[in-house]
Design a binder for this molecule. Structure first.
Ligand code: ZN
Length: 159
């Protein structure tokens, strides 16, 4: 059982270390999701924690999430994924696909929230000119990014 869990984690790593995987996810996605690992002793190793001496055989489960800067109380995360589901009869590659599906889901969700909350003053003016209240809706108090905004070029406020 432990063997197949380690194989699944190795498939996710695809030759990287756990630290390299974390860094790659952060660098190569728009919103830089965090990746946490729960170890077999029950402790969690979160983004920013030291991974020295921690290998694929030590991981019990993973969790991916994201913090969107400048938005209060926002805690985007996918459920914890237990490596135990990748039993010997399953292809370890499935773990790789499931892991990156989590990363893509979180990155998209974080990007959506960013776009709904990080409009600049120029964005706000355009929304008003088009007859919308830029501070209404689900994210009341925030301004949505307007893609035709000349001030931020549709990128929103830089944090
Ligand atoms: Zn703008």
């Amino acid at each position: 059982m432990g063997e197949s869990m380690m194989k699944a984690m190795e498939a996710i790593l695809d030759g990287c270390t756990l630290a390299e995987l974390r860094r790659d996810i952060y660098k190569h996605t728009a919103c830089g999701p965090w990746v946490s690992f729960k170890l077999h002793d029950g402790t969690w190793n979160h983004s920013g924690d030291d991974l020295t001496g921690v290998g694929p055989g030590d991981v019990r489960s993973w969790q991916v999430g994201s913090i969107v800067e400048g938005v209060d109380n926002l805690d985007l995360k996918e459920p914890e994924r237990d490596l135990m589901v990748y039993t010997e009869d399953k292809d370890p590659k499935q773990a790789y696909e499931d892991f990156y599906a989590d990363v893509a889901t979180i990155d998209k969700a974080a990007d959506d929230v960013w776009r709904q909350t990080h409009g600049c003053d120029g964005c706000a003016k355009l929304w008003v000119a088009e007859g919308f209240d830029p501070r209404g809706g689900e994210w009341a108090g925030y301004v949505a990014v307007h893609e035709k905004c000349p001030d931020c070029a549709g990128d929103g406020v830089v944090m």
